[in-house]
Design a protein around this ligand. Structure first.
Ligand code: BG6
Ligand code: MG
Length: 218
């Protein structure tokens, strides 16, 4: 049986991935009078705020000064935080609270392995902070997702080998990070690339201990 569960946040625990992309769209509209195609959403999923902005500027084919780059990061986060104001435990995705309870009953330890600097703030809003034994600060790892660093750090924070952990992700970058960490990968979503996980579920409502154990011991 696995002893640790390493959770992504945006798109796994709560549906904030939509709010992230809406904030990027607002930024691009305001500063560049341009629209972002839907296809860019996946490319900004799981990756840090800085890396997301790089992807977006590349798409727009614009270069900005370092000062402007930093300002854009601050503005994007301001839009995002504005959208987060009303968030509460009602925004926890279906099945997640029950799954956390099941894990706790089996003494599985929980760590947050999110690229988001807003992770602790959001967990507080969702009233979930106490459920986590460790929260990795994404600034403490050398490389962001798709590198495995944050999942390795999350397992280490739980004092567990990655092979004794499951990692749960909704992004392609995040799935690669879990796989390269050596943890058992659980992907949530319908994208073709997510089928490469050890176990792929269509929605968080399917996050059930029995389902995961069956795949883990297969
Ligand atoms: C990830 C999101 O969880 O966090 C990305 O999937 C986001 O879209 C990244 O860019 C960083 O989030 P934040 O809150 O630090 O801007
Ligand atoms: Mg995610």
């Amino acid at each position: 049986m696995f002893k640790g569960a390493l959770f992504d946040l945006d798109g796994v625990i709560t549906d904030t991935s939509i709010l992230h992309f809406e904030a990027w769209r607002k930024l691009v509209d305001t500063f560049f009078s341009s629209e972002l195609p839907d296809s860019l959403e996946e490319k900004t999923k799981g990756v840090s705020r800085t890396d997301s902005l790089k992807v977006i500027l590349k798409h727009l084919d614009v270069s900005v000064s370092e000062t402007m780059f930093q300002q854009l990061l601050v503005e994007k986060n301001a839009y995002y935080k504005e959208a987060l104001q009303g968030i509460s435990s009602e925004a926890i995705l279906p099945g997640v609270s029950d799954f956390i309870s099941e894990l706790k009953q089996q003494q599985v330890r929980l760590a947050l392995a999110s690229a988001s600097l807003n992770g602790p703030f959001i967990l507080d809003k969702l009233d979930l902070r106490d459920s986590f034994d460790a929260i990795v600060d994404p600034r403490s790892v050398a490389r962001g997702k798709p590198a495995p660093d944050i999942f390795l750090a999350a397992a280490a924070a739980l004092k567990l080998k990655p092979s004794k952990c499951i990692g749960i992700e909704d992004s392609i970058a995040g799935l690669r990070a879990i796989k390269d960490s050596g943890a058992f990968s659980v992907a949530v979503g319908k994208t073709t690339e997510l089928q490469k996980a050890d176990l792929t579920l269509s929605t968080t409502a399917e996050l059930k201990l029995t389902t995961i154990c069956k795949a883990y011991f297969h």
